[in-house]
Design a protein around this ligand. Structure first.
Ligand code: NAP
Ligand code: MG
Length: 409
């Protein structure tokens, strides 16, 4: 078979520890033999970030703006321990936060659904993708603890002068209070990215808040989502047979349990914090079967596995042990990046190959019942073989060979 040719590169962001090890294996065994892979490579290894004063992270994010599509390996977000471990100059901030900021991106977490890994909610058949607004609300709020009865007023001073005051209910004794905000621009970007992602992945969109109670704050979110939908997305949604629904947040939480899935749930910051972890663990019980995609309102795209660097496995790997670390989400991240590149550049073979790559991983787990330890623990019917990472990738490779022979020749 001739290798598939690419036109534009994918921005490749390499990372740390076991994720980095699997990253290299996936490329070597499952991509290089089939695709003449073109990437613009950025090494986000924590030492490399340290040496460059984290400039390499910024450059990688800028490259995604240039080329539109990126694929990222999990990276260490250094804390004090990591600073000692790697002899770093400081606790560099999370690369994901930097990238999200530069691209004004929203993160969409999607489960990899397998026939033999039953979700905890038995109605769920199709993916539920959780999009979390990552700006404002309680995450940048201020709190105050007060010791006796009193009064509170919020004073807003517009940059152009003047003053607006709102009073809170009278405080009758000691207690606590909190104030927080959000910005129209940020809500609008979030809404736009959510509608775009839903279109791209052909899923319906939900947005939910509590506008009946929060008549200014949540009502503004609802209003902005409605406006962006009406003005920019309604027609295309209709053409594709997709829907946008606004629900009250309590209604959404109960509906999701009765739904069969098949939608993107755009959540406010706090809801997303909770819902993304709940949906992840209810679908698969493991982050190793979750992908994570970033989409910006301008359409910049980045795919990665939702899990981290799998530190504990890496230490065992360093000792020469063969670990059974699951590379499935990394395989899916590469497939998503290549598919997006193929769609954008009009290279049909690349799209077909991406589908084949996912299918090969799926067949390995569902059909051959060959899987890594984390999946073996929850798979039903039980496994044929608990594989090491390398054995698993080898098994995927055999299936990929079979599928591509059929599809690409
Ligand atoms: P983690 O790397 O996701 O691993 C946590 C545990 O989950 C592992 O110890 C393992 O459990 C299980 N696990 C995760 N991925 C797995 C896989 N592919 N196959 C099998 N098991 C898997 O999270 P962490 O240990 O909290 O974080 C480690 C490092 O990753 C940290 O330095 C953190 O900063 C970084 N991180 C990066 C990202 C990112 O770049 N997007 C995201 C999260 C964390 P068992 O040990 O029980 O087998
Ligand atoms: Mg959380």
């Amino acid at each position: 078979m001739e290798k598939i040719q690419m036109d534009k590169p994918i921005v490749e962001l390499d990372g740390d520890e076991m994720a980095r090890v699997m990253w290299a294996w996936v490329k070597e065994k499952l991509i290089y033999p089939y695709v003449d892979l073109k990437t613009e490579y950025y090494d986000l290894h924590v030492k490399r970030r340290d040496e460059t004063g984290d400039a390499v992270t910024l450059h990688a994010a800028e490259a995604i703006k240039r080329w539109g599509v990126g694929v990222k390996c999990a990276t260490i977000t250094p804390n004090a321990e990591r600073v000692r471990e790697y002899g770093l100059r400081r606790e560099w901030r999370s690369p994901n936060a930097t990238i999200r900021e530069v691209l004004d991106g929203t993160i969409f977490r999607a489960p990899i659904i397998l026939r033999n890994v039953a979700p905890a909610v038995r109605f769920w058949r199709k993916p539920i993708v959780v999009a979390r607004h990552a700006y404002g609300d309680i995450y940048s709020g201020v709190g105050l603890r007060f010791e006796e009865a009193g009064e509170v007023e919020v004073v807003y001073r517009p940059a152009s002068g003047g003053e607006v005051r709102v009073k809170l209910p009278a405080l009758k004794g000691s207690g606590v209070l909190q104030a927080y905000h959000n910005l129209d621009d940020s809500i609008e970007s979030f809404a736009r990215a959510s509608f775009k992602y839903a279109l791209m992945s052909e899923l319906n969109l939900w947005f939910a808040a509590k506008d009946t109670i929060s008549k200014v704050y949540d009502a503004r979110f609802k209003e902005i989502f409605g406006k962006v939908y009406e003005e920019e997305f309604k027609e295309e949604f209709k053409r594709k047979g997709l829907s946008y629904e606004y629900y009250l947040i309590d209604d959404a939480y109960s509906r999701v349990m009765r739904s069969e899935g098949g939608f993107v749930w755009a959540t406010k910051n706090y809801d997303g914090d909770i819902v993304s972890d709940m949906v992840a663990s209810a679908f698969t019980g493991s982050l190793a079967l979750m992908t994570s995609e970033l989409l910006s309102p301008e359409g910049y795209y980045m795919a990665e596995a939702a899990h981290g660097t799998v530190q504990r496995h890496y230490y065992r790997h360093l000792k020469g042990e063969k670990t059974s670390t699951n590379p499935t989400a990394i395989i899916f991240a590469w497939a998503s990046g290549l598919r997006e590149r193929g769609k954008r550049d009009g290279i049909a073979e690349l799209v077909v190959f991406s589908d084949a790559l996912e299918e090969a991983a799926r067949i390995t787990i569902e059909g051959d019942r060959v899987m890594t330890q984390d999946v073996a623990r929850v798979a039903e019917p039980p496994v044929n073989m608990v594989a090491t990472t390398e054995e698993f990738i080898e098994a995927v490779r055999r299936n990929l060979d079979r599928i591509t022979e059929k599809k690409l020749t």
